[in-house]
Write a protein that binds this ligand. Sequence first.
Ligand SMILES: Cc1cc2nc3c(=O)[nH]c(=O)nc-3n(C[C@H](O)[C@H](O)[C@H](O)COP(=O)(O)O)c2cc1C
Length: 174
Amino acid sequence: MNNTLIAYFSRNGENFNVGNVEKGSGAILAEMIAELMHSEKYEICTIDGYPEELEECNRIARKEAEENARPELRNSVPDIHGITDLVLVYPNWWGDFPMAVYSFLDSIRTDGLNIYPVCTHEDNGLAMTERMLKQAYPNANVMKGIAIRGSIVQNDRNHTREILIKYLTGHNLI
Ligand SMILES: Cc1cc2nc3c(=O)[nH]c(=O)nc-3n(C[C@H](O)[C@H](O)[C@H](O)COP(=O)(O)O)c2cc1C
């Protein structure tokens, strides 16, 4: 669908319950969603990136969150003229988004945009993220999101695909 964009943040390397992954769970989800929806995807990544080592990544992520930072993005933000639906794929980082997701959302038009939150996590689900979206972008239409464990994404692609099909069908996105 060309009125839809899939934007995702995901990180390779060491993570909770999955060991060291070559491809982050969000990246896998974004690929599946792009294929199911025939939509373009945009990777939200920062110029500095994040370390593969979990402890070091935690340290940086916490510092950015404490500072409410807006780390600079590496890829130029896509033209969202004509885009009505944004499927936003991201990991739960301490109950919130990685700050880079805010960098992205701050730099696009969110007014009137339908946002579908697709969160990967390891225990806490969507946590505060839907609420944070509604607060930060009050003129966006934040839809009911879905939370999928990274360990399921990494270990059971068929089940993951089924979960996505159910979610996307439920929202008439496919
Ligand atoms: C900095 C950091 C903080 C995290 N905080 C949480 C958390 O509070 N709750 C949770 O369920 N998972 C948490 N996780 C786990 C990730 O949400 C989970 O591993 C997710 O699947 C990662 O997606 P990705 O592979 O696309 O980066 C955290 C991971 C990192 C790296």
